[in-house]
Ligand binder design. Structure first.
Ligand SMILES: *[C@@H]1O[C@H](CO)[C@@H](O)[C@H](O)[C@H]1NC(C)=O
Length: 469
C-alpha cells in the first residue's frame, strides 16, 4: 500500500548513493546473515512471565542493535530495540518491539514516531527485523522508507519505528496498530538511555499502511494515552475506510494486499475469535492457498501472488459478492472506519494529505474522514495533490510533511481546519534547506526515471520484479 515495486527498487538504489551524510562506507567484509535471528526464533521477542500485569507501554526488555540501510550499509546512529507491552483488540496484553534511531546531535526534548508501511501479515516482515545489519530484506517497502527516516535523522530528530502490527503481524486492524504506536511512544519516553528530557514532545508520522497506524493512533490518543506530549500527526494516503479500500484494490495490481488484510484481521491479537471460524467456513482450497501465502510472505510476494485477482470471486470464497454483507464481516469493517466516532477525534494538530487521483487508496474516504473530524472541532490541515498518484505523492509531499512536523514541534501550525490544493508534481530540492538538497535531488532524479518502469509494473509485475531484484 505504498511505493510500487519499480519505484521502491529505483529509490533503493538512489538512496544508497544519496544518504552518505548518515551512512558510513560499505563494510569491508560481508556481514554474516546468520547472526540476525527472525522474530519467530529470536528470544528477544518473547515477553517475560507476568508481563500482562504491567501498564501498557512498559519496557519489558531492551538491547542495543546495529542498523543498516537494506541490511547492508550501516547507519551511523545509536540504535536500540525495546520490547514493550501493548494491547490486543480484546484488551488482553501483548508485546511488540520498537526500533529507535538516535542521530548525533539529537534534539533531546522531542522524537518522531515513524510508522512504516510494511503491509504484510508474516512475522518475518516486522520492521525491527529488517532494520538490523545483516538482516535479509523481506519487507521492501520498509527498507525503502528507511530513506524517509534518514531525512528526519539528518534533521536531528530521534526516530522510533514500532512493529505496530503486534506479535502476530496483523496487517489491517487499525485499533491494534494505533495502540501499538501509542504504547511504543510510551516506551521511548520512559527509556532513560536516550537522555531525552521528561515527557518529550512527539509527532507521529506515517503514509499509506503507515497511516492506518498513525491515523488510528491519532484517533485513540485522547482517551488511550492522553498523558503523552503529542504535538502533531502526519498521515498521508490514509486508508480511512477498509470497505472503500477493499473495493478499490480488488482485481488490480494491488489486490494482493487483501488476502494479507484478511489474514491480519483474523489474527488472535485482532478479530480472530469472531473472524477465523467464519473465514474457515467460506474459504475455498484455492483461497486458503492465497491466505497461506499471505501468512508467510511479505508485501512484494503477496502482490505478485494475487495480481489482478478478486476476493469476491467464488474461487476464493464460496459466498461471492455477498461475503461482505455477512454480519461478522460488517462488524469488523465498521470498527475499522476512521472518522466514524466523535469521541475518537484527534486533538493534536493533524496534517492529512492525499492525491486526488490516488489509484490505491480512495481520496473520497480520506476527505470524508477529515470533514467528520473538522465537524468535531479537530485541527486539520488537508492538502490535496492534484497530480500524481499514490506512490508519487509519498515522495512529492516529503517537504510539506517535514515542514508540518517542524511547525508542530514549534507550536506554529494554524488553528482550526484549513485545506489547500497543490498543483505541482515536482519536488523542490531547496524546500528543506541547502543541507538536504543533495538528498532531495537524488529523490527527484529517481522520480523522473520511474514513470516508465511504473507502467511496465502494471502490465507485468513479475517481469519487473525479476529485472529489479
Ligand atoms: C465506508 O465505505 C463504504 C463503501 O463505500 C460506505 O458504505 C460506508 O458508509 C463508509 N463508512 C464510513 C464510516 O464512512
Amino acid at each position: 500500500m505504498a511505493l510500487s515495486l519499480a519505484r521502491m527498487m529505483r529509490l533503493a538504489l538512489v538512496g544508497m548513493v544519496a544518504f552518505t551524510s548518515v551512512t558510513s562506507a560499505l563494510p569491508a567484509s560481508p556481514i554474516p546473515r546468520s547472526t540476525v535471528q527472525a522474530p519467530d526464533t529470536d528470544p528477544f521477542y518473547q515477553p517475560p512471565a507476568g508481563f500482562a500485569s504491567k501498564a501498557p507501554g512498559t519496557v519489558l526488555s531492551q538491547r542495543k542493535v546495529d542498523v543498516a540501510f537494506f541490511g547492508l550499509i550501516p547507519l551511523d546512529v545509536e540504535a536500540y530495540q525495546l520490547l514493550y507491552r501493548t494491547t490486543a483488540i480484546d484488551g488482553s496484553a501483548i508485546a511488540t518491539v520498537t526500533t529507535i534511531f538516535k542521530p548525533k546531535n539529537a534534539k533531546l526534548d522531542r522524537f518522531v514516531s515513524f510508522a512504516t508501511a510494511y503491509d504484510s501479515s508474516a512475522t518475518k516482515c516486522q520492521p525491527s527485523y529488517g532494520y538490523q545489519l545483516g538482516s535479509p530484506q523481506n519487507s521492501l517497502i520498509s527498507s525503502v522508507e528507511l530513506l524517509v527516516i534518514e531525512i528526519y535523522l539528518a534533521l536531528g530528530y530521534t526516530v522510533a519505528s514500532p512493529d505496530y502490527e503486534g506479535p502476530d503481524a496483523a496487517f489491517g486492524p487499525g485499533r491494534l496498530a494505533g495502540m501499538g504506536v501509542l504504547d511504543g511512544m510510551r516506551a521511548v519516553k520512559s527509556f532513560k538511555s536516550l537522555g531525552l528530557t521528561d515527557n518529550p514532545m512527539v509527532v507521529g508520522v506515517g503514509y499509506s499502511g503507515g497511516a492506518i497506524a498513525t491515523g488510528w493512533a491519532a484517533s485513540l490518543q485522547p482517551k488511550y494515552a492522553s498523558e503523552l506530549n503529542l504535538k502533531g500527526w502526519v498521515q498521508g494516503g490514509t486508508p480511512s475506510n477498509v470497505t472503500g479500500t477493499m473495493y478499490q484494490l480488488d482485481n488490480t495490481a494491488f489486490s494482493g494486499f487483501l488476502p494479507a488484510a484478511i489474514v491480519g484481521l483474523s489474527q488472535p491479537s485482532a478479530y480472530g475469535a469472531e473472524l477465523s471460524p467464519f473465514i474457515s467456513k467460506i474459504i475455498t482450497p484455492e483461497g486458503q492457498k492465497s491466505l497461506d501465502t499471505a501468512a508467510s510472505e511479505c508485501a512484494t510476494t503477496d502482490l505478485s501472488a494475487f495480481f489482478e485477482k478478486s476476493i469476491f470471486d467464488t474461487s476464493f470464497q464460496t459466498l461471492g459478492d455477498a461475503f461482505i454483507f455477512d454480519p461478522t464481516i460488517q462488524s469488523v469493517l465498521k470498527q475499522n472506519s476512521m472518522g466514524a466516532n466523535k469521541d475518537e477525534t484527534p486533538t493534536a494538530p493533524t496534517f492529512v494529505y492525499h492525491a486526488k487521483k490516488d489509484e490505491v487508496i480512495p481520496y473520497a474516504d480520506a476527505k470524508k474522514m477529515v470533514d467528520s473530524w473538522c465537524s468535531w472541532d479537530a485541527n486539520v490541515k488537508l492538502t490535496t495533490y492534484a497530480s500524481g498518484g499514490h506512490a508519487t505523492t509519498e515522495i512529492i509531499a516529503i517537504p510539506d510533511a517535514i515542514n508540518f512536523v517542524q511547525n508542530a514541534f514549534a507550536g506554529t501550525t494554524k488553528s482550526g481546519c484549513t485545506a489547500n490544493t497543490e498543483l505541482g508534481s515536482v519536488l523542490n530540492p531547496l524546500a528543506l534547506g541547502v543541507e538536504l538538497e543533495p538528498i532531495l535531488v537524488k529523490l527527484i532524479d529517481g522520480l523522473f526515471h520511474l514513470g516508465d518502469q511504473d507502467s511496465k509494473f502494471k502490465a507485468d509485475p513479475v517481469a519487473v520484479l525479476k529485472t529489479n531484484l
